[in-house]
Design a protein around this ligand. Structure first.
Ligand SMILES: Nc1ncnc2c1ncn2[C@@H]1O[C@H](COP(=O)(O)OP(=O)(O)OP(=O)(O)O)[C@@H](O)[C@H]1O
Ligand code: NI
Length: 381
């Protein structure tokens, strides 16, 4: 572990016990966050990004459950299990209670900003009212001091005439301004870590750019760490220092942003990069990722991405890829879970054929639509 690590997530699994089966939303992920950096979690819809971040705050609700792993924030155990002699896992004694999570961690140490500000802001109270109450609850300030702090923080996130806007209701703010209010609220408690779950997805590109600039500035000024959740590699390029690429409950690649962009290892990361606009490419060069993500209830065996992977081979259906270090230098910490880099039979194995959008790799070779020919039907009655 790096000495500046403030949060470490190790082997986290969060599952949902539904009538349809067990949803393996987060299925053994490990990553960390260091002081003052912005760490991205990127992936398509349903990859498990939000479940991962809500697990960190222990906000997972029924039928969901954190079933394994450790989450450590500074010296405190947010999640941890001891193994009994019969193999069952029991929560560790030192694990924070729900009450401690509420009073010591959420809000004042770790704050979260959600995608939809209207869900986090109460429409019947003024923005100033909510901000002031939040500050009074979480900091040692009351009355006019809390109000002054609220106005200051609104000014800081770039809300013009904050004194006047303090008495406005949430609906009187534009989408971008509401998002700034949420950032103000998160900042008002001076947290050490802010988790932002797609906070700019609903905004137009210009406003998104302004918010990202604001976050970069604040991050520099306060040294706050961020976990930034997004499906957009462009956003990752703009603000993140390191990134975790998630696919179907797993992290498939992690490392410094430059490495991930210019020395991409995992085929899924490559596909994600090719599917979003980049300043160095024209729109014509965009390639959407073929197919849809399989269900997290019954994920594919072997590598979970093999059903859509352009590089998949037979071995990818069998071997569960381990996270391997692909760093060129000792301190880069670039890892990926793809058997190409793990020398476990990939190169000797036969490429899988992907029939356009539909995955037929589970069908016997000679039964695939493209291989069925007259010779085979001859033997039939
Ligand atoms: N309450 C729940 N009950 C059952 N399954 C759930 C629940 N919440 C999430 N899931 C499942 O967990 C998986 C991961 O969901 P999650 O919301 O973390 O994805 P995401 O990466 O955040 O996607 P998006 O980009 O759309 O926000 C999905 O298969 C989702 O259906
Ligand atoms: Ni989400």
């Amino acid at each position: 572990m790096n000495q500046n690590t403030i949060l470490s997530v190790d082997g986290l699994r969060t599952h949902f016990y539904t009538e349809q089966g067990v949803v393996r939303a987060v299925d053994d992920i490990s990553f960390d966050v260091r002081q003052g950096e912005i760490v991205g979690i990127v992936g398509e819809s349903g990859a498990g990004k939000s479940v991962a971040t809500t697990s960190i705050l222990r906000l997972i609700e029924e039928p969901g459950e954190i079933v394994a792993g450790e989450i450590t924030y500074q010296d405190t155990t947010i999640v941890g299990f001891d193994e009994r002699s019969d193999g069952t896992l029991v929560p560790k004694d030192e694990m924070l209670t729900n009450r401690q999570m509420r009073s010591q961690v959420r809000g004042n140490e770790i704050a979260i900003i959600f995608q939809d500000p209207m869900e986090s802001l109460n429409p019947v109270y003024t923005v100033g009212n909510q901000l002031q109450e939040f500050i009074e609850l979480n900091r040692d300030l009351s009355g006019s001091a809390a109000k002054k702090e609220g106005i200051d923080v609104l000014r800081e996130v770039g809300i013009p005439e904050p004194e006047a806007r303090f008495g406005d209701y949430p609906h009187e703010f534009s989408g971008g301004m509401r998002q700034r209010v949420l950032i103000a609220m998160a900042l008002a408690c001076r947290p050490n870590l802010i988790i932002a779950d797609e906070p700019t997805t609903a905004l137009d590109v210009t406003v998104e750019g302004q918010i990202l600039n604001l976050v970069s500035d604040l991050q520099e000024e306060y040294g706050t760490s961020f976990i930034w959740v997004t499906h957009d590699m462009g956003v990752v390029a703009e603000i993140c220092d390191r990134v975790n690429v998630m696919y179907l409950g797993k992290i498939v690649e992690q490392g410094p942003v430059d490495e991930i962009f210019y020395d991409t290892k995992h085929p899924y990361t490559k596909a994600l990069l090719e599917s979003v606009p980049r300043p160095d490419r024209t729109v014509d060069e965009l390639n959407p990722i073929v197919g849809t993500m399989p269900s997290a209830i019954d994920p594919p065996r072997g590598c979970r991405f093999h059903t859509r992977c352009p590089d998949a081979r037979e071995a990818c259906r069998e071997v569960d890829p381990q996270f391997v270090d692909v760093s060129e230098t000792p301190d880069t910490e670039h890892r990926t879970a793809c058997i190409k880099y793990d020398d476990v039979g990939y190169w000797d194995s036969v490429p899988l054929e992907h029939a356009s959008e539909q995955d037929t790799s589970y069908i016997d070779e000679d039964q695939r639509p493209e291989n069925r020919d007259l010779e085979q039907t001859e033997g039939e009655p």
